[in-house]
Design a protein around this ligand. Structure first.
Ligand code: HEM
Length: 294
């Protein structure tokens, strides 16, 4: 099982607003940790409350959804035997206190998302680029599925500074050339003022106390570990997003905190504005460098 804070993306390997992808072993594709039950309970709560908020699929994606489910189940049984056990058509998750019926009615992608802490998007190649064709997305970081479903990568990333043009073209080429069944990973990180998993709202910044100073206890680091794997039969790509979170107080003043501060320092004006940090960046940099209350 993985340590919830093991992905410190400011170790120099992943810079914000860069592509930063590297191949990983199939055994490392999916990450399971001690909070599996917490994530799955929250997915179930969101699913019961309003399914279309967290799940959408275009017509014609059924076979690819099933292909993804089959690959995921095979991977979990092979590499996460401690937490995922197959018993006929059922997967038992003893550490989460759940059993998932693989034969249940409903979209296979939804069944897949009930097995893992990751969210899963299905990307499909069209003439206008790679499009978001289906998604089980319970834990978005400041975006809504309804706004992005069916749209190509350039439209999905329209608000992201620097994505249009070269980065878009490079990403399309990388997606086109992904080797089937060879997963790759990349990271994004952000700062929030709470540790809710379901976070569709824009980047928030109500982390200042009544004295106007940033309260370090209100700053939470949210890391997204993202993976891509090309499905060999359909040619679609499964894009997974796994949220890891931790309080800033754990990092402030440490080597990781200083590296994060350096990354923050390196963001340009549009990048800071996109993140909602224009007014706070200097104080956040001081917090992560020094580890003292501001
Ligand atoms: C290698 C591939 C990709 C790259 C390089 C990339 C890059 C980025 C970057 C730099 C951001 C802004 C990050 C930040 O907040 O720090 C972003 C945001 C985002 N990405 Fe990606 N991305 C990739 C794949 C995808 C895929 C496959 C999806 C499909 C759903 C996706 C959906 C989004 C969304 C919805 C946002 C938020 C956009 C908004 O603010 O409205 N990304 N991406």
């Amino acid at each position: 099982m993985s340590d919830p804070l093991r992905h410190l993306p400011w170790d120099g390997a992943s810079r914000p607003f860069t592509i930063g992808m590297r191949p990983i072993a199939l055994a490392d594709w999916i990450e399971v940790d001690a909070r599996l039950g917490v994530y799955l309970d929250e997915k179930a709560r969101l699913e019961a409350a309003d399914l279309p908020t967290i799940f959408r699929a275009e017509r014609g994606t059924g076979p690819a959804q099933q292909e993804l489910l089959d690959i995921l189940v095979g991977n979990l049984v092979a590499h996460q035997a401690e937490t995922h056990r197959r018993d006929g058509d059922r997967i038992e998750l003893p550490t989460a206190g759940r059993t998932i019926d693989l034969g249940a009615d409903g979209p296979p992608l939804l069944t897949a998302s009930r097995l893992v802490q990751e969210d899963i998007c299905l990307m499909r190649r069209t003439d206008e680029g790679w499009r978001l064709a289906a998604a089980a997305l319970a834990f978005p970081s400041s975006w809504r599925l309804a706004d992005k479903i069916g749209r190509p990568m350039n439209a999905i990333h329209a608000p992201v500074p620097g994505f249009a043009g070269r980065m878009d073209q490079m990403v399309t080429r990388i997606f086109d050339n992904l080797a089937p069944s060879q997963p790759v990973e990349r990271f994004n990180w952000s700062l929030y003022d709470d540790d809710r998993l379901h976070h569709p709202e824009p980047h928030p910044k109500s982390w200042r106390g009544t004295d106007g100073l940033i309260d370090p206890a209100r700053v939470h680091v949210r890391v997204e570990r993202q993976t891509l794997i090309k499905l060999p039969r359909s040619g679609d790509i499964a894009f997974t997003i796994r949220v890891h979170q931790g309080p800033a107080t754990l990092l402030a003043g440490t080597r990781s905190g200083r590296l994060l501060a350096d990354d923050l320092d390196g963001l340009d004006g549009p990048q800071r504005a996109y993140k909602g940090w224009s007014a706070d960046a200097d104080d956040l940099i001081a917090l992560f460098r020094g580890g003292t209350a501001l």
